[in-house]
Write a protein that binds this ligand. Structure first.
Ligand SMILES: O=C1O[C@H](COP(=O)(O)O)[C@@H](O)[C@H](O)[C@H]1O
Length: 232
C-alpha cells in the first residue's frame, strides 16, 4: 500500500500534531458510529504523544483503548506497556476512556492470548486508529525477526486477535495483535523518532525479506495507507 511521510522539527511538535490527528479521527468515529477504538504501542517513543493526546477535548467515555502488543508481565512491572499507558495516557481528559489490557494474570502466555482475544473481540473490526512503533531491528508490534510465531502473525489469513511471540530480542514472552488485526485501521500510523530509526526505515523500504524486518509487512501489504510520523 502507500506510505506517507509526515516529518516534524522535533518530538514535541510531532506529539502535538499526532495528538490532533488522532483526536480528530476518534471524534469522527464517535460521530459516525457512536464509539471509537484505538490500539497503541509501548516502548520509549510514545510518551510525549500520549501526554498530548490525554489533554485533547473529545468524548473519551466513548473511546476504548488497547495495546498493539504487550510483554507477559503484570501492569506494575516497569517494562509493562500497560503501565506506560496508565501513567501517560489514561489521565487528564482521557481518564474516562475504557482500557482493555492484553496481559492476563494466568499461568501461561498462551492462555493469556486466548483470554485477551476473547476480551477484545468487540473492538477492532477494524480499529479506528492503530499507532505502531518500530524497533532498531525492524520489529513492529511484537513481530520480531526470528520470532516463534512470526509466520503466523504476519500471515494475512491468520484471524484477528492476539497471539504469543518469543524471540531473542524480545525479552519476555509477548502478546501481540496479528497483522490482520492492525493493517486495516482507519488511521494507521507508524510513529518513529531519531535519525537512527530513519535509517532503519530506509533499510525496510529497500528490497528484502519480511521476516528479516517484519515492519516490511506493514509497509508493503497493509490495506490502509501508512502515515509515518517522524521527528529527529
Ligand atoms: O518492544 C516494543 O518496541 C517497539 C518499539 O519501541 P521503541 O522503544 O523503539 O519506541 C514498540 O513499538 C512496541 O510496542 C514495544 O512492545
Amino acid at each position: 500500500m502507500t506510505a506517507n511521510m509526515n516529518a516534524f522539527a522535533n518530538g514535541a511538535e510531532l506529539a502535538g500534531k499526532l495528538a490532533d490527528k488522532v483526536a480528530e479521527t476518534l471524534s469522527a468515529a464517535i460521530a459516525a458510529r457512536g464509539s471509537a477504538t484505538i490500539a497503541v504501542s509501548g516502548g520509549s517513543t510514545p510518551k510525549a504523544f500520549f501526554q498530548a493526546l490525554s489533554s485533547r477535548s473529545i468524548n473519551w467515555s466513548k473511546v476504548t483503548i488497547t495495546l498493539v502488543d504487550e510483554r507477559f508481565v503484570p501492569a506494575d512491572n516497569p517494562r509493562s506497556n500497560h503501565l506506560l499507558v496508565q501513567e501517560n495516557l489514561l489521565m487528564d481528559k482521557a481518564a474516562s476512556a475504557q482500557f482493555f489490557p492484553l496481559y492476563q494474570a494466568v499461568a501461561s502466555v498462551e492462555e493469556a492470548a486466548v483470554i485477551a482475544t476473547e476480551k477484545t473481540k468487540s473492538i477492532g473490526f477494524p480499529f479506528d486508529v492503530a499507532i505502531l512503533g518500530m524497533g532498531n531491528d525492524g520489529h513492529t508490534a511484537s513481530f520480531f525477526p526470528g520470532g516463534s510465531n512470526l509466520a503466523t502473525a504476519l500471515d494475512p489469513k491468520t484471524s484477528r486477535g492476539i497471539i504469543t511471540m518469543e524471540a531473542e530480542g524480545a525479552g519476555e514472552p509477548r502478546l501481540t495483535f496479528t497483522f490482520s488485526s492492525l493493517q486495516d485501521a482507519r488511521l494507521l500510523v507508524l510513529h518513529i523518532e531519531g535519525e537512527g530509526k530513519k535509517d532503519v526505515l530506509a533499510k525496510a523500504e529497500a528490497p528484502g525479506d519480511e521476516t528479516e524486518m517484519p515492519i516490511r509487512a506493514v509497509l508493503r501489504r497493509a490495506a490502509s495507507p501508512v502515515e509515518i510520523y517522524w521527528a529527529p
